[in-house]
Ligand binder design. Structure first.
Ligand SMILES: Nc1ncnc2c1ncn2[C@@H]1O[C@H](COP(=O)(O)OP(=O)(O)OP(=O)(O)O)[C@@H](O)[C@H]1O
Length: 233
């Protein structure tokens, strides 16, 4: 099972210009792992995560995520897949500014048929005592914890994270990585982390390196480091 891509291509066209964002990308990500997707700016990392996450559709090739065969799914089925199988985390947290912490998490809860207990999740991410605060009253690290709680309350099998520590300093970033590792170990969630920070590869079970839309490398880390021990670059 897990995530399987075979010869996936994605071309963006703007006028006469074509950008080959993914070129014959093939990879296998086993379930219940932490995966780091590394590569320079423009190498196709976000495109890869977006086609896996059903935010964007690929042009050719096959993608399966668990039981979901993405190339065979209609848009409505892709929406269901995003709601039930996936949680998303972004660099800029994307919390709703007019809702409190618990109301933001409630949004995630309402998207799921079998949501987890909100109090339990907010306690696990260390934000229960701030459940009535608004996002502007929280630090960046706290906002990212809430975003993780909102994604997690749906109990997704896959957590797709695009630069989750990109806006955070080293100390706070490492706390968020520790939380993601805890999520992986506690719930068995597969955690995919896109990052410019090569050090994050040191804590992952699987590392994927991209360049110019191609997967250059895909290897297992025999001994992933604890998040607090990774280098920060
Ligand atoms: N919606 C789009 N329309 C046109 N071109 C796009 C679109 N999305 C991405 N691209 C192009 O596809 C290529 C890959 O972009 P992508 O965002 O996947 O790279 P990335 O590795 O995530 O970069 P970064 O680390 O800077 O976020 C780039 O050349 C980018 O300009």
């Amino acid at each position: 099972m897990g995530i399987e891509l075979t010869n996936v291509n994605k071309v963006y066209k703007s006028g006469e210009v074509e950008v080959h964002a993914l070129r014959n990308a093939s990879l296998h990500i086993p379930d219940n792992k932490i995966v780091a997707i590394l590569g320079p700016s423009g190498s196709g990392k976000s495109t890869l995560l977006n086609v896996i996450g059903g935010i964007d559709r690929h042009d050719s090739g096959t993608i399966s995520v668990g039981d979901y065969m993405l190339d065979e799914m209609k848009d409505k089925q892709v929406t269901e897949y995003r709601r039930h199988a996936l949680g998303f985390i972004f660099q800029q947290y994307n919390l709703i500014p007019t809702l409190t912490v618990s109301e933001n998490v409630e949004v995630g809860s309402q998207l799921s048929k079998n949501p987890l207990d909100q109090k339990d999740i907010l306690e696990k991410v260390g934000m229960w005592d701030k459940k009535d605060k608004f996002p502007f009253q929280l630090s960046g690290g706290e906002q990212q914890r809430v975003a993780i709680a909102r994604a997690l309350v749906k109990n997704p099998a896959y957590l797709l994270c695009d630069e989750p520590t990109g806006a955070l300093d080293e100390e706070t970033g490492k706390k968020i990585l520790t939380l993601l590792k805890y999520v992986n170990e506690t719930y068995g969630t597969t955690v995919c982390i896109i990052t410019h920070n090569n050090g994050i590869g040191e804590m992952a079970h699987t590392v994927i390196r991209m360049k110019s839309g191609e997967i250059m490398d895909n290897y297992f880390n025999e001994q992933p480091l604890a998040p607090e021990k990774v280098s920060w670059v």
